[in-house]
Ligand binder design. Structure first.
Ligand SMILES: Cc1cc2nc3c(=O)[nH]c(=O)nc-3n(C[C@H](O)[C@H](O)[C@H](O)COP(=O)(O)OP(=O)(O)OC[C@H]3O[C@@H](n4cnc5c(N)ncnc54)[C@H](O)[C@@H]3O)c2cc1C
Length: 526
């Protein structure tokens, strides 16, 4: 899609669905989506004794630490949590998580079950993060973005009954193909389509929309090969398939369910997509293991000072506070999320300070629900992928591992941004779970009888992130982005928020590589 048309589409989404949806669409549409990874970084050995203090052991901090260590720097990493990974995080049975406000959730999932409260997918073209996945031997498996047999659902249309994605897609394509074929036949497109191309276009429309020989989208065998049959073909006698009846054009348009069709079309969501086996947190774990004692855990940085000789961070125990300690180095890479960093005293120049202070993080909610059995597979033949709904839970994600396994499964019961996510953050975790159950049961009636336990992460209440990703606008980027990324004295920032792939680990890695490259160049300057 060219830039102008992409912009107008984004504007349209902004008008219809609000700015948070537009921003999300921006990253999802790949507006900021291409990776500029050019291969593994190679830093020359620095002068002996060169040292870097890294604040935060998320993906950005750990990539910086691995590469600087390998080049010969003395590296020390201070991390708030008792584990590596930051937003790269999976929750398993036995884990506890305390959010801002003090509510603690004790995850009760069975062994083998988990939820990724943050990142969950790795597009095939995110070369930088995939480089580290390979380097650290993290096992991957496929992530299914589009499942033709999952649902699209609106409480206001089709009597509130969930529709299969394939039906909506086939009907939308079919009706649009028929309309376009009519225009083409009536020579309405003569100015844009040459006579010669017209015939080919008609053939293409028939093929794309499953039209009949009169270029109509009607109940047919070929149409049912797209949308599914009323009665599937069988074997032996009584085996004749019965085609299904397409929805009327107006119903398809009015339902707005077509908006889900594009979910797998944009660059970031196109196959192949991957996920680490056993949870996204496997990447953070592997990086943490590689760095070993270089990371000091449970260290809450509360002050950052620089002078002409180096940088000193003051920190306390993140669990119990108490005695203040300090860590110093010649240089500092700071990966602390901006909503937190803006509250930490730090003597950087006014341009970087303004850039940090203006960058809030977006609200997001994810809810994981464990059920006694995988009823979505057993009863509804949904294996992976997502259901989309106009209810506040917005999305249901089906586990994309252990298909056909007997017994329990954990669903992603809600994945929302913007307003619904803010509202959810104002409720207790128990109420967020109750809401997700009430919404999801309108799609899967099995919910209430099969539910066992759940966990709800509202990102505005995550104490070490205060949101899910940096919320840039074009105007803010224009004004502040370069100042956020510039070396300020001896301090350089890295994080997804210092990249043009916000909300992706690829952005975190690229930001880290760019930051250490520029820092190293500065260190090597006489
Ligand atoms: C809901 C959601 C969905 C996402 N989906 C995807 C996806 O599908 N695919 C994808 O690739 N990416 C996705 N992302 C984005 C991805 O999670 C981030 O880009 C990436 O994990 C951020 O890494 P980072 O190192 O830049 O920042 P962080 O992971 O935030 O690292 C910062 C570190 O600083 C630490 N810290 C904070 N305060 C202090 C302090 N005072 N002192 C010391 N340490 C501190 C934190 O604990 C953390 O470890 C998603 C994110 C969210 C929230």
């Amino acid at each position: 899609m060219s830039d102008p048309s992409r912009r107008s589409l984004l504007n349209m989404i902004g008008v219809v669905a609000g700015s948070a949806a537009m921003y999300h669409a921006m990253t999802e549409l790949g507006y900021a989506g291409e990776s500029n990874f050019t291969g593994p970084i190679k830093l020359s050995p620095p002068p002996p004794g060169s040292s870097v203090l890294i604040l935060g052991a998320g993906v950005a901090g750990m990539v910086a630490a691995m590469e600087l260590r390998d080049a010969g720097y003395q590296v020390r990493v201070l991390e708030y949590n008792g584990r590596p990974g930051g937003r790269n995080w999976s929750l398993y049975g036995g884990d506890s998580y305390t959010e801002l406000g003090g509510a603690t959730q004790h995850v009760q999932f069975d062994p083998g079950q988990y939820i990724n409260p943050g990142p969950w997918r790795l597009p095939y073209h995110h070369h930088a993060i995939l480089h580290y996945v390979r380097r650290l031997n993290v096992a991957l498996e496929p992530f299914t973005q589009v499942n033709f047999n999952a649902y699209v659902h609106s409480t206001n249309h089709y009597g509130g009954k969930p529709q299969r994605y394939r039906q909506v897609q086939a009907d939308f394509h079919g009706h649009v193909a028929e309309l376009l074929a009519k225009c083409t036949k009536q020579s309405a497109l003569d100015q844009t389509v040459s006579k010669e191309d017209r015939e080919i276009l008609m053939l293409a429309l028939r093929d794309w929309g499953a039209l009949n020989e009169n270029y109509e989208y009607k109940k047919s065998f070929v149409g049912s090969m797209r949308r599914g049959f009323e009665v599937d073909p069988g074997g032996g006698i009584n085996s004749v398939p019965v085609p299904s009846e397409p929805s009327a054009l107006s119903d398809v348009i009015q339902s707005r369910l077509w908006s889900a069709i594009a979910s797998g079309h944009n660059y970031e969501m196109q196959s192949a997509i991957f996920q680490p086996k056993g949870g996204m947190g496997m990447i953070g774990k592997a990086m943490g293991k590689d760095l070993g004692p270089l990371i000091e855990y449970n260290c809450k940085v509360i002050d950052i000072r620089q002078d002409e000789k180096g940088v000193t961070a003051t920190y306390v125990d993140s669990r119990k506070g108490g005695e203040k300690r300090t860590a110093s180095a010649g240089w500092c890479i700071c990966t602390i999320p901006t909503p937190i960093l803006s509250q930490i005293p730090m003597n950087v120049g006014p341009a970087m300070k303004a850039a940090i202070d203006q960058l809030p993080y977006m609200a997001a909610l994810k809810v994981g629900l464990q059920f006694k059995r995988r009823f979505w597979e057993e009863d509804e033949q949904i294996y992976g992928g997502h259901t989309y709904t106009n209810l506040p839970n917005a999305q249901i994600g089906y586990p994309m591992w252990d298909y056909f396994s007997k017994g329990k499964g954990v669903l992603l019961g809600a994945y929302t941004f913007g307003r619904p996510a803010y509202i959810a953050a104002s409720k207790s975790p128990e109420d967020r779970i109750k809401d997700a159950l009430a919404h999801g049961s309108q799609i899967h009636p099995q919910y209430m009888s099969e539910f066992e336990n759940g966990v709800a992460v509202a990102w505005h209440r995550v104490p070490w992130a205060l949101g899910c990703q940096g919320t840039w606008t074009d105007q803010r980027r224009e004004e502040h982005y370069n100042n956020l990324c510039a070396l300020d004295g001896r301090i350089m920032l890295a994080n997804e928020h210092a990249s043009r792939l916000p909300g992706w680990q690829e952005g975190s890695v690229l930001s880290a590589l760019d930051a250490i490259g520029r820092l190293h160049a500065r260190v090597m300057k006489p």
